[in-house]
Structure formats: structure tokens, C-alpha cells
Design a protein around this ligand. Sequence first.
Ligand code: ARG
Length: 474
Amino acid sequence: MPSPKKSRTKSSTVSSGKVQAAWGGRFKTAAAERLRDFGESVSYDWRLYPYDIAGSIAHAMMLQTIGFLTKKECQEIEKHLLAIGDLIDSEQFVFETELEDIHMNIEKELTRRTPAGAKLHTGRSRNDQVATDMRLWMKQEVERDLAAISALQLALVAWAEREPDVVIPGYTHLQRGQPVLLAHHLLAYVEMLERDKGRFADAAKRADVCPLGSGALAGTTLPLDRKLVAKLLGFSAVSENSMDAVSDRDFVVEYCAAASLLAVHLSRFSEDIILWNSSEFGFMSLGDAYTTGSSLMPQKKNPDVAELTRGKTGRVVGNLVSLLTTLKGLPMTYNRDLQEDKERLFDTADTVLACLEITAEMLTTAKSHPERCFSAAEDPLLLATDLADWLVRQGVAFRDAHHIVGTCVAKAEEIGVTLDRLPLSEMQAISPVLTEKARQVFALDQALDARDLPGAPSPKRVRAQVRKWQRKLA
Ligand code: ARG
């Protein structure tokens, strides 16, 4: 699709005394230049054109079947609409802000080309037209989103597969908690992204309802065949209430809500990447192509992709709040305020898609530093819980075991040894249940292997998860 170039929209100038074509009958003077600029939406809603054209062709075909267009007129309309679509595709169509929006721009050009164009708006309003266009657009955008999310999931799974044995500390409160495989950490995001796909698909399901035939708000006196239009456009159903159909933007909110949570997930992942790339963590590095330097500090290699992704979450969430705020005070039914939905929606869609795509690309260059990871993960303190579990196996109540191990940790700190080196005499002074055998919990490999419940990070379980996702995403 061509990009919206400023040069493609003629800036508005009032041609003196001339009155707008679409509602000229009622008006004696043209809109003020400032109103034209204030009210136009074609500079951003032009991208609805493939859906506007598809909607108009379906509407025309239906008008023909019910006898309001001749076969010839319908063919003319279709031919010219397709030609207009080609012109827009090749960036040769000149949009006019005087004509407000994409709907009027296309209709005006169609009518210039064929008199039948003047019949196209029979039984239709821009209110049901724009709602239809937006729903069609969204259904397709969700397909793109689902594919992009799957691609990112695949990139995460591929990294997990590239470095299946790397152990890192798992954190709570950003304090080292327990050892996990890097792969397990990465697959956590694959799970989040899977839920995101569910939410987008769900939003698309509710967008899959055709508003055309609802007219401005109260349907039409003409015997339109709404089901035929819906079928031609690939909608699963027709809307059940004309007032709801033209005023409803729930589907836009739902899309933006799904996108917001997706953005939050991407932002959290970005934060991990940023931390892991710091000298303090040093767990990984990214390819030069996906990092930037500093204009001043020669040593810098910054994870800008992750920072920008984290940063752009602000606008995605802001768009959701902006939309909800726009909707909250609207009386039924259509109000011009609703035009404000588009920039929020398009910006949201463009932003999350860009974040998904570049993050997936960046991850192909991600490489862990296994020694750094290991030296952070091998801290015996990370296996303090395992020592408590060992005591539980010897019959000690968990709360008591927790207290015993806590005392061991304090003692080890006091005498300046690591937990696994606490002398036996000290251990037994704390609890006679503790023996030399207890030290076996500090073997990291075995500690990981032992975490063998469904959903746990034993290497065997994680490998099975990697395979599962590969199959699922293939
Ligand atoms: N550009 C308008 C929008 O996006 C289309 C609908 C205009 N309808 C109207 N009655 N002015 O909402």
C-alpha cells in the first residue's frame, strides 16, 4: 500500500462561493477554509480505500439485484472503482481535502467518470460506510498481527533452541531467586504472545459484523438486501440494530486494548533485553545492526530497539485511553467525534506491527554469554529453597525447614563462606537433621533436572516445550 504523502493531498483553498457537492442543496456558502482543514480526514483515512472500494462494489452489486442499478451501470461503477483503486495504488490519485474523507474523494471521482456514480450512495450513509470500511480494515489487520506475533514467537523459540543449556538466575523483585534455563525464560514470552493472539482474534470476531444497510442511523426505506452485501464482503453476520451499528466503536477499543496488552508484553521483554545487555548483567549481546552507538561515548553499544519498543508502549496505551475518553460522553448515534478513532487505531496498529517485526529481526542476532549467565546462576544461595525441600523430604515441616535454611544462610554470611560450604558442625548446630548428604542439592544440573513438573524448567520439560511450539507455530 502506498504511504500517505503530504503532497498527495491538495491543501484546501476556498473556491469563492462554491458549495460542497455532497450536501450543497442545503448550503449557500462553502465551508470556511479553516473548517476544511479542521474537519478533513482524508490525510489519514485514505488508507481505507481498498475496503471502501470493496464495500462500494458489493453495495452496487446488491443495488443491481434489487433493481436500483442496471447491469450496465453496475459494471461501469465496478470498472471505475477498480481503476480508481489502481490509481491510488500507484500513488497517482490526488486526494482533495475539500472532499473531507476517503469516501467522498472516491465517490466524487467515480461520478466524474460515470453518471451512474451518482446512484451509488442509494440507501447508504457515510456513517454505515465508514463503520464497514473500518471493520473490513481491522479484520485484515488482525491477520497481519497474528502472523507477526507468530513470527516473533518463532524467533523466541529459535533462540531457545540455539542455546538450550544456558542457565540464568530467575528473578523475583529483581533479586536472584532460583536457577532457570534461559530457554524457559524466553518461552514465558511465547505464552504471553499466544494469549495476545487470542485477544486479537477475539476482537476480529466481534468486528466481523456488517453495518451496511444501517444508513445514517435508522436504516432506509429502500428494500436493500443486507445479507447479500455482508456475504459479498465476507462478513459472518449483519448488525442487528441500526443505531448501534453506526455508533459502535467497541471493536476499535477492543483492538486497541489487545494491542495495549501486547505492547506491555513487548515492553517487559524489552526491559529484560535492556537489563541483560547492561555491563551489570552482561548476560547477552545483540548484533551491531540492531544496536546504536553514542555520538559522544565511543564505547557505547545501546539496545535502542528494545528501548524504543518499551517507549512506544506509551503511545499505544495512550491511544486506548484517548479512544475511551472520546467515546465516553457521546450521545447516540453517530457523532463527528468518531472520526477521531482512526488516527488512534492506525497509529496503534502501525506501532505494534513495527515493534513486533523489528523485535523478531533483532532476536536473530541475540547471543547469550553463557559463562556470565552461569556465574550468576551458580550462586548456591539460589538453591536455598532446594535445601529446604531436602529437609522436607527428611520429614521436617516446611515452615521449620525454611527457618533452618534461613539460619544457615545467615551463618554462612557471618563466617564468610558460601552456603554450600557451611561446615557440617555449624549445620548440625542449627539442625541435627542436616548431614553431609544435604550438600548434594547444590549440584546445579541436578537441581534443574529435579524441577520436573508440568510447566517447570527442567531441561527435559523445556526441550519438550520448544518442540511443542515449533510444531504449533510451523
Ligand atoms: N470521515 C467520517 C468519519 O470518519 C465519515 C463519516 C462522516 N459522516 C458524517 N455524517 N459527517 O467519521
